[in-house]
Design a binder for this molecule. Structure first.
Ligand code: CA
Ligand code: CA
Length: 119
């Protein structure tokens, strides 16, 4: 049986661990998206954050209007293949983590990106 002082010492330690867990969870899930697509070169204009595979960036269920629009890309995590056509077809490039300020940097024609898939 713990005396009250010991009990609160243990409780305090438990709460500290729980707070750390929350911070780790926030870093993993609420942090920056693994991929951000930008409407304009040099990371300008509207942003479309990508969290998983998308075979058609114009798909209304996942936020429409991103077919043939991307002009710069930031990849923070993972290796991704980007495609010019829906269904993971057409010209493609494999990109690792990095910053791609313009179409020349990521290797597809400007405003051609339609699908993206993580390796
Ligand atoms: Ca554009
Ligand atoms: Ca396209």
């Amino acid at each position: 049986m713990l005396n009250p002082k010991e009990y609160f010492k243990q409780l305090d330690a438990t709460l500290t661990v729980m707070e750390l867990d929350d911070e780790v969870a926030a870093t993993c899930s609420g942090g920056a998206a693994p991929v951000s697509l930008y409407e304009d070169i040099n990371y300008g204009g509207a942003v479309n954050n990508i969290y998983g595979n998308d075979d058609n960036l114009d798909n209304a269920l996942r936020g429409s209007g991103w077919n043939n629009r991307t002009s710069s890309i930031v990849i923070r995590e993972g290796t991704w293949t980007i495609f010019e056509d829906s269904g993971y077809k057409g010209r493609s490039k494999v990109l690792g983590p990095g910053r791609y300020p313009n179409p020349e940097a990521f290797g597809l024609r400007n405003d051609s990106l339609t699908a993206i898939r993580r390796l």
